[in-house]
Design a protein around this ligand. Sequence first.
Ligand SMILES: Cc1ncc(COP(=O)(O)O)c(C=O)c1O
Length: 493
Amino acid sequence: MYKLDQTKTPLFDALLEYYNNNTIPFHVPGHKKGDGMLNKFKEFVGTNVLSIDVTVFKQVDSLHKPTGAIKAAQELAADAYNADYTFFSIHGTSGAIQAMIMSVVTQGEKIIIPRNVHKSVTAGVILSGATPVYMQPEIHEEVGVALNVTPETVRKTLELHSDAKAVLIVNPTYYGVSTDIKKIADIVHEYNIPLIVDEAHGPHLQFNNRLPISGMNAGADICAQSTHKIVGSMTQSSMLQVRKGFVDVNRVKTVMSLLQTTSPSYILLASLDAARMQLATEGKELLDETIELASYARERINKIKGFYCFGAEVLKKSAAYDFDPTKITITSKELGLSGYEVERILAEKYFIQPEMSDLYNILCVFSFGDTKEKVDSLINALEEISRNQDYEAARSIQIINMPHIPESVLTPREAFNSKAVSMPLVDSLGQISAEFLMAYPPGIPILCPGEIITKEIVTYVQELKNANLYVQGTEDPEVVNIKVVSDLQLQNL
Ligand SMILES: Cc1ncc(COP(=O)(O)O)c(C=O)c1O
């Protein structure tokens, strides 16, 4: 099992010791354990949390050069996650992903990524100056969401771009769908390059074998995880798991240090230490309970007229190799309401806030912070919404075949750094886009910065609009105009 004593919380303990010593703070932050702060705020948040809001000194260690409590806390996390090294991130997974990309590619090198990545991947590509090669994910046509990329897609893309320096996948997706990552890791390693994983939605996978396999266990080389999203740490706190071999660990260390603030929140860091301890010591049981609760919810929701909540049957799709049952995607298309409308009703009438919504779905994230009582409130609200609904308006899902990925003539970094002007989309054929254009569903870009605008794309946007589907991403919310690169004398490259 574990090599280290996972009941320990060295960083949290160092902060408790500082608290118990009643140390007089002549250090930043200026609120000095809350004494120099607005009372209304202090009384609401409580003095305990303020008294451990400290800065870098020996007793509590340094995130940038850890030698004590933070080093020990990161080593425990690496042990728990089957990694060689763990780096704590207080810039969320966004910061960890940027660092992960900058660790494996630099200016002009190719990185293979899915087309529908989170903006932090784009940020990493811009910062590194790398050239992205896109893979198209599969689409679930009944619920209108992007699934994942298949091992075959990864293999084919690598065959065409054998000079790529890394492959990135998102696993599992926001909706909990994972691909055959073990197979993908093997394919990627045949090319002697690293597989790096946006595992924002998978910090719990390691701790229960009823969940999809974790990136580290599947052979991935770096995984960026939003500990704060799914398990018990505080917002903005994430981890980067690293395996040595295909990546240079010193480079990861340097880039993490380059990108992160020199004033990290010790509250966030200690919450990572506590979350890891909770997962390692009782994660399996807690996740068993969460899985049971989610199965109960899925079963009940699937009996409500107008709603559908996909489950293990999604695995029949080629890009869905495994599935995280704690993600509850509730499709409302049979109800005649959009996901956005259901979210608004839940929030405004029932004070129930889902994680997000799209045209046809709402997504509810379950964790071990949930109870049957809370889940029953959600089910009761959905039942009432269903009873009050006029089914005449029921919609059918329309997914129009996406255009081909257009030719790219500038890297995202070059497009980002060049001058741009706005012009009517219909007149922009042959121009280089300076913006993204996304189609919903399924939320996959049809155009990325640096790509040539084609007739097929302009026609497709018109078809989406005619079908009352969403297209967005441009500065102009109506997508009548688009920003295009106006100056090929590129700036500040
Ligand atoms: C797939 C994916 N990757 C990365 C991120 C960024 O994570 P964070 O919010 O921790 O910065 C998100 C956030 O929603 C995400 O959904």
